[in-house]
Write a protein of this length. Sequence first.
Length: 377
Amino acid sequence: MTILFYFIAFIAAFTALIYIFGYAYLFSGISKTYLRGKMSANIDDGKFFRSNIIHTTSPKLWEEHPDFNKKELSKEISDDLLHSNTASFLVIKNGKLLHEQYFNGYTPLSKTNSFSMAKAVTVMLFGKAIEEGKIKSIDEKFCDLFDEFKTKPFGKDLTLKNLAQMESGLDWDENYKNPFLPNARAYYGKSLMKAAFSRRFKEQPGERFEYQSGSTQLLGFSLKKSLNQTLSSYLSEKFWIPLGMEQNADWSVDESGMEKTYCCIHSNSRDFAKLGQLFLDDGKVGDQQILNLDFIEKMRTPTEKSDDIYGMGFWINNDNPIKHYYFLGLQGQYIIMVPEHKVVIVRTGSYNNLPKTDRGRPDQVKFLVNETIQLFS
């Protein structure tokens, strides 16, 4: 009885400390991951979070290429996809569906987590908001929208462009494995504003590239305030509906209804591919220009401070013989655009501990580009 009493007292004290020091979100993380047999966030966890719907109204199916699924993947590609726990692999060529394959029980209707591919989508919304005059310019100061940043060291100099280019100077450790660091707080916590606005700046914005989910979340807050509507509804109106997406998608939100703009759009692979096709088509859907070409060029032009590997929301590889740029998610979610060959490649799945040795980019992306183009050229 005494041992039980001390055990209960310890648990109570430990729980109290967790709440006192602001780590209550850990209980949410445990219930949504470990107690469900997972070791971390995963591509199927959308149903465990609140979300806003990204509506579509007039679905348009992909036109199939004359050679649709007539050629089997090479052993090299197949082995790589199986080894990396792939859910889907799609190839679009000349605007038509050339190859479509699903693994591990996933189907064309499966909606999986985009993870950080959502960062590029958030930047798309940023570009559209500038185009429509809802945001003054790419260089608008963040503190003009949120006065409290005027008194933060370095905060008054932060621009929205700094956030989009990952040059914010924010003190944010982009570590997904440590549950006590900001990414876990943002992912599992109740308040994205508390998670992001509580961070200080460690250096002058615009001085150094550092990839951070917190930067895109701050960009999301600036959008929300400027648009005066949910980002999900804006994404629906400006992109999901014009692109003729096949399904409604879901965007995870915190308890206030704010979207996790660094993450967590749950959609199917065919619709992800339409986002890639939009950029191959320079922002056009048919005759309609739905995203300004000048802004698109900014997104896919690598910055000097990133050592030419990142633009605004996009990772870029211009040193590969087959140049490409792409949306990138945490566990190997890719929407890859290969302009020279008019190809979009989509790969989704759960590649835990995704290797990133190609100058900070995943080796798998370059491999899939080179092998896919060789196979289907």
